[in-house]
Design a protein around this ligand. Structure first.
Ligand SMILES: NC(=O)c1ccc[n+]([C@@H]2O[C@H](COP(=O)([O-])OP(=O)(O)OC[C@H]3O[C@@H](n4cnc5c(N)ncnc54)[C@H](OP(=O)(O)O)[C@@H]3O)[C@@H](O)[C@H]2O)c1
Length: 307
């Protein structure tokens, strides 16, 4: 037997149960990963609380929980060439990650990657969803040296990657947050402005020369402010709005390229990018971890650890 977080009905964190389940094994073309860390994303609790969202991802009840994981390969099925028992790995397995074992077909794009020696499992477990989503938004908006980029929701799980990747690309970054978060954002290299009504005026006062691109990680407020500030719609991306304003691009991690993760892990190894981990929780405290994350005031990532 092994452990997995499972839920039988949709609802809040209270529906998540840590249960004994039959131990899964790798079949042909699959590997089994002994999971050591699970990075949480808002989509995890959206899928366990909104039946329509779960349906779009083909999730039926009872269901597993969480997507981002890191760990060590401990079984390799016939026909798998690129992974061996003992390899440190990380990746994404929708609604399966919060468990002792993930069984995965490693041939899918970004499904499973080797973890570089310089990257801890906790950090690796945060990369596949948030890192790729940030990279895709930067690519879609063509962020480059000399740009001034407005990033909305800059202190969250995706924001910490977007801010630092934009800075590494040579851009000036203006990030929205609440005032108590300003020092945290400055530490990442962004100039903070408060989100909320009047954003456009505050950005104008901060950068009289104007903003050249924008990435909205929280609704549409930043995208709308950027449009009002004269940023061309094709240089504005949203990741969290079902209906982006006219002409604004909706991007997701699925638009990223595999090289984007290589770029991120290379920057981590070089000490150029850090992944702030706001808090870690043991798997037994999954409900607490999800409750904290769903409050939407986290700075960086929340990671659940397994031993
Ligand atoms: N399309 C995709 O592929 C994709 C992938 C990943 C995530 N997403 C979505 O993108 C969104 C961001 O994900 P995430 O992991 O970064 O979320 P997160 O970590 O939960 O974001 C938390 C951050 O949001 C900030 N925030 C709270 N209220 C805000 C507001 N009204 N305006 C601007 N910022 C606000 C908070 O800053 P303060 O503490 O300062 O308030 C906090 O730092 C989520 O909706 C998620 O579902 C989409």
């Amino acid at each position: 037997m092994s452990r997995a977080v499972v839920y039988d009905t949709f609802g809040g964190p209270e529906v998540l149960e840590l249960r004994e389940v039959p131990e899964p094994h790798a079949g042909a073309g699959e590997v089994r990963v002994r999971v050591t860390a699970v990075g949480l994303n808002p989509m995890d609790w959206v899928l366990s609380s909104v039946p329509e969202a779960a349906q779009r991802f083909g999730i039926t009840l009872p269901a597993g929980f969480a997507t981002d994981f890191a760990g060590t390969v401990d079984e390799v099925g016939a026909g798998v060439a690129d992974f061996a028992v003992g390899d440190r790995v990380y990746g994404a397995a929708t609604a399966q990650a919060a468990a002792d074992f993930v069984v995965i077909d490693p041939s899918g794009a970004n499904a499973l990657r080797h973890t570089p020696a310089e990257v801890s499992d906790e950090v690796a477990s945060t990369l596949a969803v948030a890192g790729l989503t940030a990279s895709a938004a930067l690519t879609a908006t063509g962020v480059k040296a000399g740009d001034t980029v407005l990033i909305g929701g800059a202190a969250g799980g995706v924001g910490v990657f977007a801010v630092q990747l934009a800075r590494l690309a040579g851009a000036r970054v203006i990030g929205t947050a609440s005032e108590g978060t300003f020092d945290f954002l400055r530490g990442l290299g962004a100039e903070p402005v408060a989100y909320g009504p009047g954003l456009e005026d505050r950005v104008r006062a901060t950068v009289p020369g104007g903003v050249s691109a924008a990435i909205d990680l929280f609704g549409t407020e930043t995208a709308e402010a950027a449009l009002a500030l004269g940023v061309p719609a094709e240089r504005i991306a949203t990741i969290a709005a079902p209906n982006p304003p006219q002409g604004v691009r909706a991007t997701s991690g699925f638009d990223a390229s595999p090289e984007d993760l290589t770029h991120i892990t290379g920057a981590i190894a070089a000490g150029e990018l850090t992944v702030p981990i706001a808090e870690t929780f043991p798997l037994e405290r999954i409900q607490e971890a999800v409750r904290l994350q769903s409050g939407r005031r986290v700075h960086g990532k929340i990671v659940v650890t397994l031993v």
